[in-house]
Design a protein around this ligand. Structure first.
Ligand code: GTP
Ligand code: MG
Length: 550
């Protein structure tokens, strides 16, 4: 309540007193002593202070109500379905400054992706009788491995230059450990030379294969400890940690997940630590105009990368190597092997990742990571809309962390990688990836807790699907229900749209809910950003309606 009238000048107060009963009631007694006057004025002052405080609180609370609407989106789907890539596209569109701030840090992930692709090639072409056979290959980073017609090692051709490749690429295999260490514990960067693990001192659970490269023994059932993700202190998220090894008194920062893919602990602040342009990395010397950058730091991984670049290119272009990879049905281009076709550019001393490089960089998610950004003010919400996007780990052991988010989410974007019909899960090579996605989809659409939640389905990796079908891979070979329909992209993609749509209709507990389906290739920025804008408007409109604000 505003009590400014208490401060009116005496004449005004007197004039008002004739008509204002409140003012009459508040008038001082006619025979007020000076002491009484002091007490009265003091009381009036206290009352005014209290009143002003209440006014301020009311104003704040009104502003708060107008300030922000929070919309929560959960990204769901199996591992490697494209959730984190979709999140990167959201950031690129709505938080470009944050995206740019992380750009340099992705350089290390790109190096790691390239180094691991090279190691997989070396493993695949190894002539050693006790080297990996196809079963081993299938249990490692299997998104790129197809599942039928296993060739035996016996029929596979050999690569005469194998020993030479291995010798010349040995520094890369050491660098792999350093990169994992760097990403897992960037604070330890200074000591990276000291903490670099020499052979024979690998973390428990990992070992060198006979060929001298790093290989990881099948994980024992991972100790799932309820840890807290940095960004979500109140939400439990599982993490898988390698037990302490004899090499260190500290717990290993390196985490490996089933399927042997590298996973960085969610608490690692690698994006912040490695994305910072330090004094050393500033593009120009302030006075001299001379270029200074990470490439002048002799410890930077770029030096090993660029020294090994000619051999990497030679290996990747070697027809015998290609033949051996084909025999082993290993298709690296579909996963972290993107960079194999651009070795010179990626290993250049001054390599600065482009948007496309960052989108393609693969780092498995563990736990649940929250990202927020605010959309500009609009007519409905004067304070703008805050979007919180939760990116979850999609591998099977990670899925138990999803449920706590179900009761408090406005929309789900489900990623179904439809190119994966001929692939198996990294965490369980007996399971076809598409079957797993369909099961997961059914579980999500039939979930009672989610019945009021908007569901948007991204039938993803359409670019890879198209390429795969054009190369002659037949869907009915892996999915007999497809029968003898044409094997072209339009028919196949439409078949998937109808199949996923029909499952939603059959299993949703809320028959009024519509499910929005998009064909996506989330590494393609132009196409994805158009879809993201329409998804954003759809979610916003739906939520405005449901909260009776429209
Ligand atoms: N060609 C192509 N590659 C894609 C597409 N979507 C994702 N990828 C790539 O597939 C890999 C896996 O994508 P992520 O976004 O990391 O997968 P995720 O669902 O977050 O996986 P987890 O973190 O393990 O749950 C990355 O290298 C992406 O660049 C796509 O539509 N086309
Ligand atoms: Mg991810």
């Amino acid at each position: 309540m505003d009590r400014r009238h208490l401060q009116l000048a005496p004449t005004t107060a007197r004039r008002r007193s004739l008509s204002d009963p409140l003012a009459v009631a508040l008038q001082p007694p006619p025979n007020e002593s000076p002491e009484q006057r002091i007490v009265r004025l003091q009381a009036e002052e206290d009352a005014k202070r209290r009143s002003d405080r209440i006014d301020r609180m009311l104003k704040e609370s009104h502003k708060e109500q107008q300030r922000k609407k929070v919309i929560k989106i959960l990204l769901l789907g199996q591992s490697e379905s494209g959730k984190s890539t979709t999140l990167k596209q959201f950031m690129l569109l709505h938080a470009p400054a944050a995206f740019n701030a992380e750009r340099l840090a992705w350089r290390f992930v790109i190096y790691l992706n390239l180094v691991r692709s090279i190691r997989r090639i070396l493993d695949a072409i190894s002539p050693e009788p006790d080297g990996e056979d196809i079963d081993d290959l299938e249990s490692t980073e299997t998104a790129s491995i197809i599942i039928s017609g296993r060739p035996s090692s016996a029929v596979a051709g050999s690569v005469p230059a194998y020993d030479s490749y291995r010798r010349r690429l040995a520094p890369l295999l050491d660098l792999e450990q350093r990169l994992i260490q760097l990403l897992s514990d960037p604070e330890d960067n200074e000591e990276q030379e000291a903490t670099h693990l020499p052979r024979g001192q690998l973390p428990q659970g990992s070992s060198y294969a006979s060929g001298g490269h790093v290989a990881v023994s099948p994980p024992t059932p991972p100790p799932l400890s309820a840890g807290l993700s940095t960004s979500m202190p109140s939400r439990p998220a599982p993490r898988i940690t390698i037990p302490r090894g004899p090499y260190s008194s500290q717990p290993s920062p390196v985490t490996l997940s089933p399927g042997h893919e590298v996973a960085i602990p969610p608490r690692s602040n690698w994006k912040k630590a490695l994305g910072v342009v330090t004094r050393n990395q500033s593009p120009k010397g302030a006075h001299t105009g001379e270029i200074h950058g990470w490439w002048e730091d002799p410890h930077d991984p770029v030096h090993v990368m660029s020294r090994c670049a000619p051999t990497m290119t030679e290996l990747w272009r070697d027809p015998k190597v290609r033949q051996r990879l084909a025999e082993r049905r290993l298709r690296l281009e579909e996963s972290s092997g993107f960079y194999l076709n651009e070795i010179d550019r990626v290993t250049a001393k001054m390599f600065f990742p482009t948007d496309a490089d960052v989108l393609k960089a693969r780092l498995k998610t563990t736990g649940v990571i929250e990202h927020s950004f605010t959309l500009a003010k609009n007519s409905e919400f004067r304070g703008g809309v805050e979007w919180k996007i939760y990116d979850v780990g999609g591998a099977r052991p990670q899925r138990q962390a999803w449920a706590p988010y179900f009761d408090d989410v406005n929309a789900i974007i489900f990623l179904a990688p439809i190119s994966s019909f001929d692939q198996v899960l990294a965490e369980d090579p007996r399971v076809n990836r598409l079957d797993d996605t369909l099961q997961l989809w059914q579980a999500v659409v039939s979930n009672q807790l989610l019945q009021k939640v908007n569901i948007i389905l991204f039938l993803n990796k359409c670019d890879l699907l198209k390429r795969k079908l054009e190369s002659g891979v037949r869907l009915n070979h892996y999915m007999t229900s497809y029968k003898d329909r044409p094997n072209d992209y339009d028919t196949v993609s439409n078949y998937f749209r109808l199949k996923f749509g029909a499952m939603h209709l059959a299993h949703t507990p809320n028959k009024a809910r519509e499910c929005y389906i998009h064909f996506t290739s989330v590494t393609d920025t132009r196409n994805t950003q158009t879809i993201i804008s329409s998804v954003r408007d759809f979610i916003l409109t739906g939520n405005l309606r449901s909260s009776s604000l429209m």
